[in-house]
Design a protein around this ligand. Structure first.
Ligand code: SF4
Ligand code: SF4
Length: 352
């Protein structure tokens, strides 16, 4: 069964970057130190900020990320504090290196999902994007986590550099014991938005990473169904709206917070390369920023759908002979979900 996951008006999703440093240097990393800082937040600040967001609702889902969150020596304390505060779900997004003996410091029952990132089904493709040796370390990390009883998910960021291996992922996920598969689409932000550097010495194309509509629609839903047939729940972004779909901006109809360690809080991930955040943490309090900010963009109506997509990553748009867009681009936070069995337990864990 495939269904579009409507934006939930009754839950809050808190994407908390507790630090920006990382041991890897992935080619498409969206972390932008000039905009997000290079701070490792002290545990006292993390817990203060966690309280601010859990107090907004009884149904807050927390995603702890970085940088690499397991580089934070007190990540396990952050998880325990969030559990005590009553977060509805807690996920850690990791590159798989699992620093600070994190698997032994967290009880699997305190975490809803440990989510790993791989961008290829083979070391050749993954390591070209994420760094030498990364495939082996990440898959070893998954195996250790599954053995210790953690629920695991995996994020695969699709671009023209790795889409040829997406169809190889379902059997790999099954073998590794992954329960949820998040197919993500490359966002043109952070390193991917850097000025064109041409072709790298190893032949990696540093431009033209976006996948076009025909390729996306011919491959992604089919791979999602294959993974679901193996018992894995799959989530992927809608990206291209059909003619009768209604465009909605999550900035207006949903409750998402993307928090960075320099105190910036965004409602839209596509704004994160710019000082357009509409909220900020000051003295451990959440306050609105001055104009102009991302909120001023959310209500703009354009025929292409998402305004920020048109501004920062319009390579996925095509136009007819009359100059009109051939389709609308959905909000980057709108997802499709493929559930293996109708009666299977359904975890509503959001990702960016
Ligand atoms: S693991 Fe994540 S944070 Fe680290 S470089 Fe790669 S994309 Fe960036
Ligand atoms: S991605 Fe586009 S539609 Fe979604 S919140 Fe940002 S501006 Fe709104």
């Amino acid at each position: 069964m495939t269904e579009t996951v409507a934006f939930s008006k009754h839950s809050t999703n808190v994407f908390f970057h507790i630090l920006t440093p990382c041991n890897l240097s992935c080619r498409h990393c969206y972390i932008n130190p000039a905009q997000h800082g290079n701070v490792i937040l002290p545990i006292e600040t993390i817990t203060s900020w966690l309280k601010v967001f859990v107090n907004k609702t009884n149904h807050a889902n927390l995603i702890l990320l970085g940088g690499e969150p397991t580089l934070h020596p007190q990540l396990s304390e952050a998880v325990k504090a969030a559990r005590r505060m009553g977060y509805k779900s807690i996920t850690i997004d990791t590159n798989g290196y699992l620093f600070h003996d994190i698997l032994n410091k967290i009880n699997p029952h305190d975490l809803d999902f440990l989510s790993f990132s791989l961008d290829g089904a083979t070391p050749q493709t993954n390591d070209r994007i994420r760094g030498k040796g990364c495939f082996e370390r990440c898959t070893e990390g998954i195996e250790q986590a599954v053995r210790r009883g953690f629920h695991t998910s995996l994020i695969f960021t699709v671009s023209r550099a790795n889409i040829h291996e997406l169809h190889l992922m379902p059997p790999l996920l099954k073998r590794l014991g992954i329960e949820r598969f998040f197919i993500q689409v490359i966002g043109i932000r952070g390193k991917s938005a850097a000025p064109d550097l041409g072709t790298a010495t190893d032949g990696f194309q540093t431009e033209g990473l976006q996948v076009d509509r025909d390729v996306w629609l011919s491959l992604i839903p089919a791979v999602a169904r294959e993974a679901a047939a193996l018992g894995i729940t799959v989530t992927y972004p809608t990206v291209f709206l059909k003619n009768d779909d209604r465009f909605e901006c999550a900035g207006l109809v949903a409750d998402n917070y993307f928090i960075f360690p320099n105190g910036r809080v965004y409602r839209c991930p596509l704004c994160e390369d710019y000082p357009l955040h509409s909220l900020e943490m000051t003295d451990n309090r959440l306050s609105p920023t001055g104009k102009i900010n991302e909120q001023d963009l959310f209500s703009l109506t354009i025929p292409e759908g998402c305004v920020m997509n048109k501004l920062v990553q319009s390579g996925n748009l095509t136009y007819g002979p009359d100059g009109a867009p051939e389709y609308q681009i959905a909000c980057c936070l709108l997802k499709e979900e493929v559930i293996p069995f109708l009666n299977q337990m359904y975890y509503n864990i959001p990702i960016i």
